[in-house]
Write a protein that binds this ligand. Structure first.
Ligand code: NAG
Ligand code: NAG
Length: 342
């Protein structure tokens, strides 16, 4: 043992987390594309913040892990794509919009290691402290698999696992809420999306992109996933994203007492209940299965999963398929007025 404090730290972390992958992915692109929710639409209805592999496109079928050649994620065999809506600031004084920049989640154990923007991805086996593989083996998603959690049309809480935190700075992430923060957040806005962990075992997708999955998530945190129901008997990794939106540079434009000026790319009045996220599986070969078969899979150290430097990940890009400006001061959020919101 090196020292009491180092040993204590290691023990504390081991007790907290040994049951899944967690890693940063840098921003790949901001575009109006949604190959899971609106396949073939070029453009889709609203702007997304997308991370992951460079096979990303308006339409994505087949084995993405075989097609992609680079990824913005730290795990170099992960060519999946992960995306959410994009946050915009609406200036209360003149009505102009500005895209909000995501920044790496801090503190992240092991560090974000040079990630640019992006989000943090989790693949939990059971909960943050146990894998429970003997009780419930984890089956990795098959090629072509996709799913959505949340609903842009929601006007009340959909279910647990879709949340906001008004970051207070200094490592204090603030209270968890299901609504958008209503006061300026000194450390930015933290959003979390937990996906359902039970699959019907047959369908790569469904008409609503959700009903092939069953949600056992009942609280906002990384709590355990109870046994899957007979209708959706296959336990898959529980995927979650964490994104930090750097809203701080707009706080001085938020007039005291004015309503929350941060809006998602799909909605005008921001209750925040419409928060949603998309996942399109693209791990190469059996790499995710190998990680999930490992007991005590510890954050970024699951078996033989290979990592790349974020400086390499950051070089992965896709072309601008839509070819429209999504950043800078805009009179309208892209897609508004020209297409129905969905
Ligand atoms: C994107 O999709 C279009 C239409 O399916 C296709 O023509 C194009 O080659 C794709 N681009 C990339 C980079 O995959
Ligand atoms: C609205 O206000 C912002 C912040 O002061 C400014 O940068 C932007 O140019 C303004 N937009 C218009 C259309 O005047």
């Amino acid at each position: 043992m090196k020292s009491v404090s180092a040993g204590g730290l290691a023990l504390g972390l081991t007790a907290l987390v040994q049951a899944g992958l967690r890693f940063p992915c840098s921003t790949l692109t901001f575009q109006r594309l949604d190959p899971a929710g609106q396949p073939d639409a070029l453009p889709s209805s609203h702007v997304h913040h997308i991370v992951g592999g460079n096979a990303f496109n308006a339409t994505m079928t087949g084995d993405v892990g075989e097609r992609a050649t680079c990824t913005t994620c730290q795990m170099s065999e992960d060519f999946s794509n992960y995306w959410t809506a994009t946050l915009y600031f609406k200036d209360p004084n003149n009505g102009s919009y500005h895209r909000v920049t995501p920044v790496p989640v801090q503190p992240l154990l092991g560090g974000s290691q040079g990630a640019v923007g992006g989000l943090t991805v989790y693949y939990s086996q059971f909960d943050l402290s146990r894998d429970n593989l003997a009780q419930q083996p984890i089956k990795a998603f098959p090629p072509g698999f996709r799913m959505i959690v949340g609903d842009p049309g929601a006007t009340s809480k959909e279910h647990a696992g879709l949340s906001y935190q008004c970051m207070q700075g200094g490592g204090n992430r603030g209270r968890i809420t299901n609504e958008m923060p209503q006061q300026p957040c000194p450390g930015g806005i933290f959003t979390t999306h937990h996906f359902p962990p039970c699959w019907d075992g047959k369908n790569l997708d469904s008409v609503d992109h959700k009903s092939h999955m069953f949600n056992t998530v009942t609280s906002e945190g990384f709590t355990n996933a109870p046994a899957c129901p007979a209708s959706h008997p296959v336990r898959v990794p529980q995927v979650a994203f964490e994104t930090v939106w750097d809203t701080t540079k707009f706080n001085h434009l938020w007039t005291s007492g004015a309503p929350n000026p941060f809006v998602w790319s799909f909605e005008g009045a921001a209750s925040g209940y419409g928060t949603h996220a998309d996942y399109l599986f693209g791990w190469k070969g059996d790499s995710l299965q190998r990680a999930m078969d490992k007991s005590e899979c510890f954050y970024d150290g699951c078996g033989s999963i290979t990592k790349q430097a974020m400086s390499v990940a950051n070089q992965c890009t896709v072309e601008n398929f839509v070819g429209e400006e999504t950043d800078g001061w805009l009179t309208e959020i892209p897609g508004w007025g020209s297409m129905p919101m969905s």
